[in-house]
Design a protein around this ligand. Structure first.
Ligand code: 9MR
Length: 643
């Protein structure tokens, strides 16, 4: 007598299942694979196609101490000139090595699949999974359950070596699959997941309660994720054992182990279901690993950011143009930006290295190039603690240094009067860090300007600049002023400047940030705070590094990255960061005047190796570029600005 299924032995089943395990179909989950049943005739012999060969042979089992029978299917055209992968296919509690060949039509199903070129040629080995001397099911097959556990050893140490000696097979884990129905499904999950060095492909069809508890099935989650090429868990929704597969599926989901989970509508515990499972499983196994899908190339010819944001704010870049920039790079500037900040050439060190020396050549060339190309220029920077000649302070009392400051600003701003849109008048005057106490003060940096002229140096600088070019928009520019005590100090300082009548129009948040730690909420609030002071806001030196330090302090973090190209994941995270930032800038478009990137590309950046910008080192748009365009044209609600 053959027991084809658990259901034929319902009373006994209850003794093996934990209480309540024989549940009926549960609600379907969203993550279930969309079920498509095998096409009509998939298990019927077709005329005129090549056929594989089914045979029964015997192997010596040291484990059991007998010769054991095994059914083996070799595919059409099987030849010793090729090496084949092997599917070990296990039967149910009432079956033996003949159960699949008699009830499951494996040779027909596979022959048809090969004729349709839907599966890779494989050998199918159908052993007797009851590892005991008398391995027939006998009158009470459930009494033989322990022998199904003992089969693990027989399979691994006797059968597999025998098959690999006897047939022309590929003997590696990527070329071995283990699957089975019912009791054999439980065996497959138990043995397969326990022996990932032997099997890369595992399938449980209507697995029975011999399946280990879900928590015990996978020992090393990471190992399983890495080594499993396919884990296929299937069951009919009318199968009394569905609960077993559901438990396995739930555990796999919790551990985030990729798997295919199929709940077959109207599926029962019978060969209709298992034939279909074999049909599906056979098509999935032994495939080459999918090459890591490269992200779709970023379209290089979409709309330009300067045009997309035309009605919102200016889009800028920093560089000492045209200098040694290539034609391609310059085309990138004209194509994408409508305002330029000279990265270095207008700083007092380079432009005014001693009291009587002015180097206007480079900044003049920049202003001419920008004017010729209808690009605005924002001057950078009149007063800074860095890159400032010592001559300003040499032998000078307050009066003399004030005069030098005035001369410097009047000459420089005057030289470009009417040609520049604005200026960073004072750069980075507030100390780094800070605490609750300094937050209530301006916490000014102990620079030579402060030491010599006192806190008024800022007001003076703004006045001198305004006198030299009354139409220029004058900015205070600093890094990390969007958050923490430094933000509070910036508010104290700006309030004082306004109160003292400094002609200040705006505040520049530099924006040297790092993917993963951008202070979005603080940025959003800081812009709103500055707006309340009646100031405009510029994002003046934007870059979002992929790796390495961020922050804006001069010299800080340089060289921490390396030239290794960023991964697709890194680029995606960076794109998301940029999208979220632009969502904030868009929200504040009434006060945001300009967003300037600090550099041009990942080649032209002070953070070389940290890949911070929106063009890569080959001047190609990065995912961040598209994300910035999409932030306006196709906003993603998940990347919306704080409300
Ligand atoms: O990017 C600039 C780099 O090339 C210079 O060597 C450096 C010193 O002049 O300044 C860099 O730009 C800084 C800007 O002027 C002010 N904020 C911080 C920027 C990065 O250090």
């Amino acid at each position: 007598m053959r027991y084809a299924s658990w259901l034929t032995a319902g009373a006994l089943l209850l003794t093996l299942c934990p209480a309540g395990a024989v549940g009926q179909g549960q609600d379907k989950k969203d993550d279930e694979k969309k079920y498509t049943s095998a096409p009509e005739g998939f298990d019927r012999k077709r005329d005129g196609i090549e056929r594989g060969k089914m045979e029964t042979i015997e192997y010596d089992s040291k484990t059991v101490g007998t010769k054991r029978k095994v059914s083996v299917y070799t595919p059409p055209g099987y030849t010793r000139d090729k090496k084949y992968p092997v599917l070990y296919l296990l039967h149910g509690i009432g079956g033996d090595e003949n159960e699949w060949p008699r009830g499951g039509a494996p040779s027909v199903i596979l022959d048809n699949l090969y004729a349709d070129k839907k599966a890779l040629p494989m050998i199918v080995v159908m052993p007797n999974g009851r590892a005991q001397k008398d391995d027939r099911p006998g009158p009470n097959p459930f009494a033989t359950a322990p022998a199904f556990a003992a089969f693990e050893k027989d399979l691994l140490t006797d059968l597999i070596p025998f098959i690999e000696k006897t047939y022309s097979v590929k003997a590696d884990r990527a070329s071995r699959a283990l699957a089975g129905l019912s009791m054999g499904g439980g065996q497959s999950l138990n043995f397969g997941l326990n022996n990932l060095d032997t099997f890369a492909w595992v399938g449980g069809f209507s697995s029975a309660p011999n399946t280990k508890r879900p928590a015990d099935l996978i020992k090393e989650t990471e190992e399983a994720k890495k080594k499993l090429r396919l884990l296929y868990v299937a069951c009919g929704d009318k199968d009394g054992l569905l609960r077993i597969s559901e438990g396995v599926h739930k555990m796999l989901d919790e551990k985030k182990v990729p798997h295919v989970y199929v709940v077959v509508p109207d599926g029962r515990h019978d060969f209709k279901e298992w034939k279909n499972d074999l049909y599906q499983f056979a098509q999935l196994v032994f495939r080459e690993p999918e090459k890591e899908k490269a992200p779709p190339p970023v379209k290089q010819d979409g709309p330009a950011i300067k045009d997309v944001y035309k009605k919102h704010f200016l889009i800028g870049m920093a560089g000492d143009l045209p200098g040694n920039y290539s034609r391609e790079e310059l085309a990138l500037v004209t194509g994408n930006f409508n305002i330029v900040t000279p990265e270095n050439c207008m700083k007092s060190g380079p432009v005014h290295p001693s009291e009587d020396t002015w180097n206007f050549e480079r900044p003049d060339a920049l202003v001419k190039w920008c004017t010729d190309n209808k690009i605005a220029v924002h001057g950078h920077t009149l007063v800074w603690h860095a890159q400032t000649g010592n001559w300003f302070f040499r032998d000078g009392d307050k009066e003399k240094v004030t005069q030098r400051l005035k001369d410097h600003i009047s000459t420089l701003v005057g030289h470009y009067k009417g040609k520049l849109r604005g200026w960073d008048v004072v750069n980075e005057a507030i100390n780094d860090g800070g605490n609750a106490e300094t937050a209530r003060t301006e916490n000014l940096r102990n620079s030579q300007w402060l030491r010599t002229l006192g806190p008024e140096f800022l007001t003076l600088a703004f006045k001198f600049a305004h006198d030299a070019d009354p139409d220029a928009r004058l900015y205070y520019n600093d890094y990390n002023i969007e958050a923490g005590p430094k933000h509070e100090s910036s508010m104290v300082l700006l309030k004082r400047l306004i109160k003292d009548g400094a002609p200040i129009h705006g505040v520049g948040i530099q924006g040297h940030w790092r993917t993963g730690s951008v202070p979005y909420d603080a940025i959003d609030k800081a812009i709103a705070d500055y707006k309340l002071l009646g100031l405009k806001v510029g994002i003046t030196e934007l870059d979002v590094t992929i790796r390495g330090a961020s922050g804006g302090q001069f010299g800080g973090g340089r060289g921490r990255g390396n030239a290794t190209p960023p991964s697709a994941e890194d680029l995606k995270a960076q794109a998301e960061a940029y999208a979220r930032l632009f969502a904030i800038f868009i929200k504040h478009k009434d006060v945001a005047e300009r967003v300037t990137f600090w550099g041009l590309s990942d080649r032209r950046t002070w953070r070389f190796g940290q890949h911070p910008l929106i063009f890569d080192s080959n001047n190609q748009r990065k995912p961040a570029y598209t994300a910035i365009v999409d932030a306006l044209l196709h906003p993603n609600p998940d990347q919306a600005a704080p409300r």
